[in-house]
Each structure stands twice: as structure tokens, then as C-alpha cells.
Design a protein around this ligand. Structure first.
Ligand code: B4P
Length: 188
């Protein structure tokens, strides 16, 4: 089983590329953002709990995310690979993911990071706000999401460099060119 993490700040193109990679390699695409948004739109107890946290651009608790991911893995045991998009986002989530995979004789195979400058990130997310009206794509909330990224998620880079499974791809340019570069790094 190939376990790929697509890594990067909000707006880097993780969601966009994860869909294409999953389709090309026949793997399961797991977007924690999509899972949480579906819970919110269905008004489930979990959705009600996380709605305001997401609207403010904060991170949902590790405990909830780890429980969600555990059930996703259990429900997809036949998958040949996973593309994780938006998870892990904290050191604790990364450690819990390792433990979870180890329990099933698995490990993270590769972390591919999309590198995009902050000006471009904000531009993309504001454009998406105009097109799709996502609650967390306002200027104020985008700023907070970037702060959260720098404080909690960016430190994961060192964690994965130490494990020798971290690679970067420049994430500015055409979606197709970036996709081709990502694919060139994936060797299942
Ligand atoms: P996510 O849904 O993961 O949101 P995101 O980080 O903004 O990434 P997204 O996938 O949407 O952006 P993308 O780069 O694809 O998370 C939302 C919230 O959920 C978080 O703030 C948090 O509250 C919660 N959450 C999720 N996971 C969590 C976790 N593990 N722990 C705690 N909380 C969690 O695309 C951005 C835009 O750029 C798109 O409009 C796209 O069309 C465009 N784009 C893509 N590639 C481009 C390119 N090459 N050129 C120009 N535009 C491009």
C-alpha cells in the first residue's frame, strides 16, 4: 500500500492535485477538509461541533481528526494506496498517523510538499471566495489559517525530513505542469 501525504499551506493546490493523483494511480483520496465540510453541511453532531472552529480558520482538535482518520482507514482496508490531503496538520497528528499505520504494518511512503509564496496563496483563496463562497475564504480568516499553518503545520517538515521521505515541488504554474512534476516523484 502506498501512503502519500500531499503537504502545503492553505491554497497551495493540495486538493486540486490530490484528486488528479488519486484518479491516476487508483488510490483513495482522503481530504479531511472535505470530510469536515460534509459533516457541517449535514448538520451532524460532529459538524455542529466543528463549524465555528473552521469558520474562524482554527484547527479542529487532534483527538477528533485522529478518530476520523482511524475510521477512514478501517473502512478502506482494500485500498491500494491513499492520498492524504490536509492530514496531518500537527506534530501530534503525524505521530498518531504513524502509530495507526504501524498497527496495520504500514508507514507513510512519501510526503510531497507544494511550495507557494504567501502572496499567491492569498490571491488564490480570495478568488475561490468569489467563485465558491467558502466560509473560511475571507481575508481575515485566510490570515488566521496561514498563522495556524506556520505555528502548527510547518514544523512537520523537519519531522519528515528526518525520516527521509520529504520532497518539495514548486506549486506555482499550470495545474498540469505541477501534476506532472508530482507524478515524477511518485514511485509506487
Ligand atoms: P482544507 O479543506 O484542507 O483547506 P485548505 O488548506 O485551504 O486547502 P485546499 O485543499 O482547500 O486548497 P487548495 O490548495 O486545493 O481545510 C479547511 C479547514 O478544515 C482548516 O482550516 C481546518 O479548520 C479544518 N481541518 C482540515 N484538516 C484538518 C486537520 N488535519 N486538523 C485540524 N483541522 C483540520 O486550492 C486552493 C485554490 O487554489 C483552489 O481554488 C484551486 O482551484 C486554486 N489552485 C490550485 N492549484 C492552482 C494553480 N496551480 N494555479 C492557480 N490556482 C490554483
Amino acid at each position: 500500500m502506498f501512503n502519500l501525504i500531499l503537504f502545503g499551506p492553505p491554497g497551495a493546490g493540495k486538493g486540486t492535485q490530490a484528486v488528479k493523483i488519486a484518479k491516476t494511480f487508483g488510490w483513495e483520496h482522503i481530504s479531511t477538509g472535505d470530510i469536515l465540510r460534509a459533516e457541517v453541511s449535514q448538520g451532524t453532531p460532529l459538524g455542529l461541533k466543528v463549524q465555528s472552529i473552521m469558520q474562524e480558520g482554527h484547527l479542529v482538535s487532534d483527538e477528533l481528526l485522529v478518530a476520523i482518520m482511524e475510521s477512514v482507514f478501517l473502512n478502506n482496508r482494500a485500498a491500494e494506496g491513499f492520498v492524504l490531503d490536509g492530514f496531518p496538520r500537527t506534530l501530534n497528528q503525524a505521530q498518531e498517523l504513524d502509530k495507526m499505520l504501524l498497527k496495520h504494518g504500514q508507514k507513510v511512503s512519501l510526503v510531497l510538499a507544494l511550495v507557494v509564496n504567501e502572496e499567491e496563496l492569498v490571491k488564490r483563496l480570495l478568488k475561490r471566495a468569489q467563485e465558491h463562497g467558502r466560509d473560511d475564504d475571507t481575508e481575515e480568516v485566510i490570515k488566521n489559517r496561514l498563522v495556524q499553518y506556520h505555528q502548527h503545520t510547518k514544523p512537520l517538515i523537519d519531522y519528515y525530513i528526518e525520516k527521509n521521505i520529504y520532497q518539495e515541488v514548486y506549486g506555482v504554474g499550470s495545474i498540469e505542469d505541477i501534476f506532472n512534476q508530482l507524478c515524477a516523484s511518485i514511485k509506487p
